[in-house]
Design a protein around this ligand. Sequence first.
Ligand SMILES: NC(=O)c1ccc[n+]([C@@H]2O[C@H](COP(=O)([O-])OP(=O)(O)OC[C@H]3O[C@@H](n4cnc5c(N)ncnc54)[C@H](OP(=O)(O)O)[C@@H]3O)[C@@H](O)[C@H]2O)c1
Length: 342
Amino acid sequence: MTVSNPINQFSNKTALVTGANSGLGFEAAAQLAEAGYSRVILACRTLDKAEAAKQALAERVGIDPFETLEVDVSSVESANAAGDELIRRGHSIDTLLLNAGMISGDEMKKSPDGLEVAFASSIVGHHVLTLRLVEADILPKDARVVIAGSESANNDVPAMMDMSLYDFATEAPQEFGDTLHQAMITFAKGDKPELFNPTRYYATTKVFTSWWTAAMARRFGERLAIFTVSPGANLRTNAARHTTGFKNFLFTKVMPTLAPVMGMGQPISMGAKRYIDVLHGEDGEYANGKTYASKAKKFVGPLHEMQHAHLLDVDRQEVAWNVLNELTGTAEHQTSQIAIAG
Ligand SMILES: NC(=O)c1ccc[n+]([C@@H]2O[C@H](COP(=O)([O-])OP(=O)(O)OC[C@H]3O[C@@H](n4cnc5c(N)ncnc54)[C@H](OP(=O)(O)O)[C@@H]3O)[C@@H](O)[C@H]2O)c1
């Protein structure tokens, strides 16, 4: 039997979580329902996954404010279709958690649009879906948006984890092309497979989430609050399931045992709570467009605003924004129109 939440400030609010069938997304959906949201939309790769998550979440929380939505966030077409479906349903989405993401295996895989799949899954569909919702006013004024980042974007994780950023993220581009634009396009399309390293791709992709957040806040900061939040190291999710060999052993066997003892890992509930804390932050508590993660060189503990120069670099943020528009067919003049209209 399901019961209703008591009335509180979230009683008439809707939240949407991508990647809600596993790990941090599942946990965050549970915490949003427990906070009292009247509707929590579980946006998953397939409806079967979303339905299974709905059932498991309703059993866990004892209430069922959950709705399902199908979206492959690596696909422009699927993200647009999900946007259309949300517009058709017509509910405002007050709280948007863009949590889906992945680390690839050793073999490079491409999204339906021919982009490297971990890059596409973390940022491409999220970009398209968010703009679609802004354009349709489904994200109301004062909506709050969080996208999943990672401490690896800071470029200071232990060398053993093999997560150093590709050069264009921090210095003059060379590896993927001589200009920032060319380097980002080549990286996104996976056009230099000889440079492919799944953990380095993952870390560099998470820099794009920070750049995107800053570029979004510059355009839409008057009408919504948007943040990148790293959930920190939560070692019992399914995040490493595509990795192979030593990396798989490291992430699924060694780290879950050693990290908590070494202060490098935390329960999933604490990682999801990081998202929720920022989504529910007071005005001014978190700065619009900024990235929040553990203190430099840490993976757990209180959230700090990241001040790394490469994350704050406006040139890189703007080139990344243009590249995302180019790759997804979203024209800059459309997005400026939205900003003006809003
Ligand atoms: N775990 C950590 O320590 C950690 C640290 C920093 C950042 N993060 C970030 O936290 C987020 C959640 O990761 P997690 O650790 O909870 O991993 P997880 O258990 O593997 O969950 C990832 C979720 O994302 C979904 N997803 C991935 N690609 C998708 C796509 N193309 N379309 C639709 N859904 C897709 C997955 O769906 P399927 O089940 O269908 O694949 C799954 O629901 C990720 O963005 C990750 O990068 C995690």
